[in-house]
Design a protein around this ligand. Sequence first.
Ligand SMILES: NC(=O)c1ccc[n+]([C@@H]2O[C@H](COP(=O)([O-])OP(=O)(O)OC[C@H]3O[C@@H](n4cnc5c(N)ncnc54)[C@H](OP(=O)(O)O)[C@@H]3O)[C@@H](O)[C@H]2O)c1
Length: 250
Amino acid sequence: MDIAILGASGRVGKFLIEEVLQSERDQLVACYVSDDSAHLGQSIAGSELRYQSLSELPGQRSDVLIDFSTPVATMAGLDDLELRTKALVVGTTGLNTQQEARLQLASQQLPVMISANFAESFEPFVAACRNISAAYPQHVPELEETYHDRKKATPSGTSLRIRREILDARRIAGGTDDIEIPINVIREGDVIGQHQFRLDLGSTKFEIGFEVDSLASFARGALQAGRWVRDRSAGSYTPNDVFASKHGNN
Ligand SMILES: NC(=O)c1ccc[n+]([C@@H]2O[C@H](COP(=O)([O-])OP(=O)(O)OC[C@H]3O[C@@H](n4cnc5c(N)ncnc54)[C@H](OP(=O)(O)O)[C@@H]3O)[C@@H](O)[C@H]2O)c1
């Protein structure tokens, strides 16, 4: 599979480059950074491929463009999208409503996979939170997240997704969805990402956690999502579609 990366010089982008270069079935065909990036023109791992600006078109068309950049860059990446790629994976967070709407428009042309959390094993964690919540719809769970102190979104898109899933599972199980599920937000040091789900039933308690130790996990998850989405028809997908297609869950 031919892969292009938007945000290739970033913290996640660097792991993506490593993952693609190590993969026997994938080729790296483009690495995009900003117009004023310090990396522009530099070689990728000593190869002929160089960091390039999005404004350099025509670039090499990819099977999948994987984006871990900024909302502005994501929007710029949507210009001339069909010339660039056959499918799109978006990991960039913090998109506003208008930007999300533009992404949805793009999904009418191409398969687009979007998630605030591509970490491997995240979907089974969400499924566990759903299942426990559905079993006890009369009890209200609590969520907690801990991230590095540079993180802007409060709470994270990941916690908002977990909360949405819990409310949905409760509703299907006959519980009310007009409850407040508290999210305790902690910011400290260099923590990559930790999430806790707690449900107190009185005499027994559930507590399950999910922790990402390396940004490589997001890169690997996004690459797997890219392999899945590239053969789909135009539309908007999430890693839950991948999980459900493998496990028949949800
Ligand atoms: N969905 C998930 O699973 C997940 C996981 C982790 C992080 N994220 C999100 O992914 C995004 C990137 O995270 P990160 O920690 O890797 O950020 P980062 O280290 O700040 O990297 C940002 C990248 O975007 C590039 N960039 C910035 N402005 C650009 C523009 N106008 N045009 C083209 N490229 C541009 C930067 O290139 P230059 O600076 O070299 O120009 C850099 O390569 C964030 O939104 C973060 O919240 C998502």
